[in-house]
Design a protein around this ligand. Structure first.
Ligand code: 8YV
Length: 327
């Protein structure tokens, strides 16, 4: 029997490709070439499955060019690159890669928070530039992390991981805002108190964004919201570009309306608003929050397991539109 054909859109671990090849005829982009939308559509024309990595847009136009496509498996927990409604309408299953990256991403959220609060990269740049010639009493004086108030916007699995680290590791007073309030046992485990969004912005010393991107969450943080924050506060974005108005943030940082920011995601990434590159009080990383070898391998294998589970056994592990399965 012919094996189903699948497309792997970006270079991934050779071990994962080898697993996929046991079950599928695999066309893979191990050369990591950049494909235009047209090239991507052309390659999908005869494929039953696609392994995507979060950067490939799957929408009605693309689906119309891929008549045999049955599943797109994202190697990411976020899936704003998928038009899930369009996929459901065409009977194409969407899967993401939740859970396996939760703790690693929460670790990174904390790393960015600490680097921002204690001005780690700003002071390193100073040192590397040969500017350090003597001690001074307020050199790179930052903001305390221990005992401060941690405000988390978006309290899903990763938000809860950050809350636990803050509450139990650093004795922080944790407040959060989310579309829905957590169950009391989860709130207790995170030692987190539910507050309104504005209350959170006004009170937190460190505001961490961990909410999913959708048109509804576009520019959740803009000039108005930043103006509510304390001038000593820091803003950390490990969620998605577009949740923060980057131009408004760069202006606020330049004018010291808040103390600092730590950013792993950007509007229009991998391009950045150039203003962010010229303000000193921001820590910038290139969307690496889930990037440890163990976690990226687990994410790749979960995406592969979704393809195998669905196309071979009819049972995907983490479907986003399970209604497709009952048709
Ligand atoms: C991914 C992420 O690395 O899982 C997510 O939603 O943002 C990252 O872990 C990125 O989406 C590319 O796959």
């Amino acid at each position: 029997m012919n094996k189903p054909k699948i497309l792997v859109a970006r270079a991934i671990f050779p071990a994962t490709i080898a697993r996929l090849e046991e079950h599928f005829e695999v066309e893979s982009n191990q050369a990591d070439a950049s494909w235009s939308k047209l090239q991507f559509a052309e390659k999908l024309r005869d494929k039953a499955g696609a392994f995507t990595t979060g950067g490939e847009r799957i929408d009605a136009e693309l689906l119309a060019a891929a008549p045999l496509l049955k599943i797109c498996a994202n190697m990411a927990v976020g899936y704003n690159n998928f038009d899930v409604d369009a996929m459901t309408a065409r009977g194409v299953l969407a899967t993401n890669a939740p859970d396996v990256l939760t703790e690693t991403t929460a670790d990174f959220g904390f790393a960015l928070l600490m680097a921002t609060a204690r001005r780690v990269t700003e002071s390193e740049h100073y040192l590397r530039a040969g500017k350090w010639d003597r001690w001074s009493f307020d050199m790179f004086a930052g903001t305390d992390v221990h005992g401060s108030t941690l405000g988390i916007l978006g309290m899903g699995r990763i938000g809860q991981g950050i809350a636990r680290r803050g509450a139990h590791g650093f004795g922080m007073n944790v407040i959060y805002h989310n579309r829905s309030r957590l169950a009391p046992d989860l709130e207790a485990a995170c030692k987190a108190r539910y507050v309104g969004k504005e209350d959170l912005l006004r009170t937190a010393d460190h505001v961490v964004l961990v909410l999913p991107y959708s048109p509804a969450s576009h520019h959740t943080i803009g000039a108005r919201e930043i103006a509510l924050m304390k001038p000593t506060a820091n803003l950390i974005n490990i969620a998605r570009g577009g949740i923060v108005d980057d131009a408004a943030l760069a202006a606020a940082l330049r004018e010291r309306k808040i103390a600092g920011a730590g950013l792993d995601v950007y509007e229009g990434e991998p391009k950045l608003n150039p203003a962010l590159l010229t303000v000193p009080n921001v820590v910038l990383t290139p969307h690496i929050a889930s990037s440890t070898i163990a976690t990226r391998l687990a994410m790749a294998n979960l995406a592969a397991d979704n393809l195998i589970g669905f196309l071979v056994n009819g049972k995907p592990l983490t479907p986003l539109n399970p209604e497709v399965l009952t048709r």
